[in-house]
Write a protein that binds this ligand. Sequence first.
Ligand SMILES: [Zn+2]
Length: 218
Amino acid sequence: MAICPFAEWHPITGPSGAYSGGPFKIVHHTTEGSTAQGAFGQFLEDRSDPHFTVDATTIYQHVDTDQWSRSLRNAPGGVETNKDKAIQIEMVGFAGRPKAKDTLRNVAKLCRWIEAMHGVPQDWPNGLPKPPVNGNDPGGHNRNAATWDTKGGHYGHCHVPENAHWDPAYTADEVAFLMRVNPEAGVLEGVDEFPEIPETDPDLEGAVSTMPDHSKVD
Ligand SMILES: [Zn+2]
């Protein structure tokens, strides 16, 4: 059993089963919507719940991190995706929009817990995510299957083999903030670094996705 002590337990489609391989990795997604509640409805409809959904105020856990979750496409043959010890986080927001510190801070807090609990290194084996170009898919993503299969670390949905979605599309600064912040240890709490990242996204509600099929995994 691996339940995050500061997450709100919120099952959606229920337990799954044991992983088929490893090593442990963290997969970053964006929900492509403005609210956690909206995402939960999509996950239920499409049977595509991740381990965690994170917004500016709350970290929700849907699946025990010792079992696989469901937000990645997995083609017949090839490598396993969801079952390859991929711990998946859906950040409420949009690949095509800049991220805000309030939500990134919660994702960072969760990442530090996953890294410690499951021995995930602070590396990005298939490279950093690519930021959006005018709100759209920048293309050219590295989805190297051998890396995925053999190296633990952080991946975006944009780095997963057999998948076409391009989230989370973090900028280099958003990644730097995400990897450095450690709210449990007080690192960067209240520190005015990364001034180019807004504290909050006042236009999140009402924003529209440029990847509206994100919750569909088939
Ligand atoms: Zn995704």
